[in-house]
Design a binder for this molecule. Sequence first.
Ligand code: DGJ
Length: 730
Amino acid sequence: MRILFLLQAFLLLLPLAGRSAPTDTHITVETQRTALVIRVNKDGDPTVVHLGRRLQSAAEYASIPNNGKRAEDYTGIYNSAYTPAGGRNLLEPAIQVTHADGNPSLDLKYVRHETANVSDGVVLTTVYLKDPQYPFEVNLFYKAYQKEDVIEQWSSIRHTEKKPVRMQKYASANLYIPAKNYYLTHFHGDWAHEMKPEEVQLTAGLKIVDTKLGTRADLFQAPSFLLAMNEPAQEDNGEVLAGTLAWSGNYQLAFEVDPLQNLRVIPGINPYASEYVLAPGKELVTPAFLFTYSTTGTGTASRNMQRWARKHRIPDGEGNRLTLLNNWEATYFGFNEEKLTALFQDGKKLGVDLFLLDDGWFGNKYPRNNDHTSLGDWQENKTKLPHGLGYLVKQAESTGIRFGIWVEPEMVSPKSELYEKHPDWVLKLPNRSEYYFRNQLVLDLSNPQVQEFVYGVVDGIMTKNPTLNYIKWDCNAVIYNAFSATIGNQSNLYVDYVQGLYKVMERLRTKYPKLPMMLCSGGGGRVDYGALRYFTEYWPSDNTDPMERIFIQWNYSYFFPSIASCNHITDWGKQPIKFRTDVAMMGKMGYDIVVSKLDEKELAFSQQALKTYDRLKDVIWHGDQYRLVAPQKNDLASLMYVSDRQDKAVWFSYLVSNRYGSGSQALVRLKGLNPAKKYRIQELNVYPGTNSAINQNTAVYSGDYLMTVGFNPNVSTSRTSVVLEITESN
Ligand code: DGJ
């Protein structure tokens, strides 16, 4: 009888346990449209009670039930803002440590929080947490980019225990979302087929997306994802979170549907082989997790991310870029001064801004004539380039174009003078066979001497050739046999490697703030906002077949802006030069072809296309991107860029099916225009000798008409790519 009474009382109290108490503190992190709300109860436990649309009245956050209250949470911390392991936690932790005295538990209680305006529209909230039993502290940082609706979250960990603390896990963030269902789109692939999206409905338990490659984090699984709530992701409707971890090394994205059917998202450095040993008084700052929450689909989410990146992350993100001619596919390793000087002239004739000399220019004891030797020996090869780089820079400049160069400074070939001189600078296990990835090994960037060397490679080239105007930084190997000859704690290596790399990049960026730099990793093996803090652009894939690139570029665009996407016209694929050019134009355009092999019409078309691009690049690079027709489910891919003033737009459409009669049968509704404005539509990149039916049409349409009724770009098997310019007309 007594037991029954107690049970009844317990059940009656259940709903109350889910509510906020008047003594609770609410910490609100708000952008224009989104709010992340942390509740701190009387015991000092910080929990996430809201992540989604911002409420009009902040006072009402106090009414939100804990855990989206659906049933009992045995621990009260399923929705912890940073779940500590070892105490009463029952789920995936955000942090797990073993204290100096061997105690394997952590408790994190709220101490205080503060909010500061970092710059116009950027607000940083810091939440200070501490273990009540140990001098062990965690700070949670939430930087709200209010206008762009992006939140950047990271944590910092420090202690003053008597001896080092061993940390088995140290995530960047710990989010909590109550919804009916969750649909995760993650992006995976390999060399030449990067960023393939796959949408899965999350089921109860854990789903992990991660990498263990050490250097080329993005190669198999990208650190970027879309998460749609309730329904699968849609372009213009529905709640979706776009997230990406700014880290160029091993990462882990953990998604856990908990026993209450709520979703916990825990992104951070991969705990795999990375128990981090933290000395007393030292601080570990975790990489930033960036996310945006949209209630109007993936379109808004990606425009938020792109705008944020241009304004706040990518160097010169709102500035200019150079069109270029790269010689990789034109010559591979087989070039000399004479050949290169002729290529400069070709580049000038074509009309690009810069010539980029790729792999193969260095090494003397072991000349770099194939990919088996020489990485590390960054001196000009005297046979190919007897007069050195300085001569080439001058030759290019006297031809009227700038000069840039390829380097891969983190790497070493087993056959190189560098390896002979410094075998202890290489990551490898002393008692195991060497494993090579593209015939090469990785230098130990946890070693400050190696950092100095890598910095010196680029700095040396720039000091000797101050007008050299572009660096392509490649990274072709993963880390095998991870072991450093000099590091104190081997399990810190994966983290220290990336930190060492960033130290070098930071120094270079500080010394050369204006230098354009391309982030490349044997194709798109390294595309993340950790490295993109230092690079003006990235190489999405070695696969430049334009049909493939439509998909690859489309998928990167969920997270990265067009100004940073290096799209080159090459000989990959069977499509005509017009199609290849039209696809490259949707980002930062470049060439990697033998210009002298273009016939008269192809050359004339390309020269005109570069002039057109020059006129429109401002809209393509700095405008808002709208995806109109998705290539995954339709005969065509169609997307457009609209200027901020909505007075100009560029609209790209490509045929992606070769079935009989495929094309744009229906009108395509435009987006992002001003309904009240009038627009004229003109076709661009019309191939010499052909006519555009669209250009006969002198009609003027309202934005309202174009967005409600639409317009047919007339894509068909005889018009496989169509570029249209939309201009405000009075
Ligand atoms: C891989 C890159 O992705 C290519 O563009 C080219 O630079 C080669 N490396 C050179 O080795």
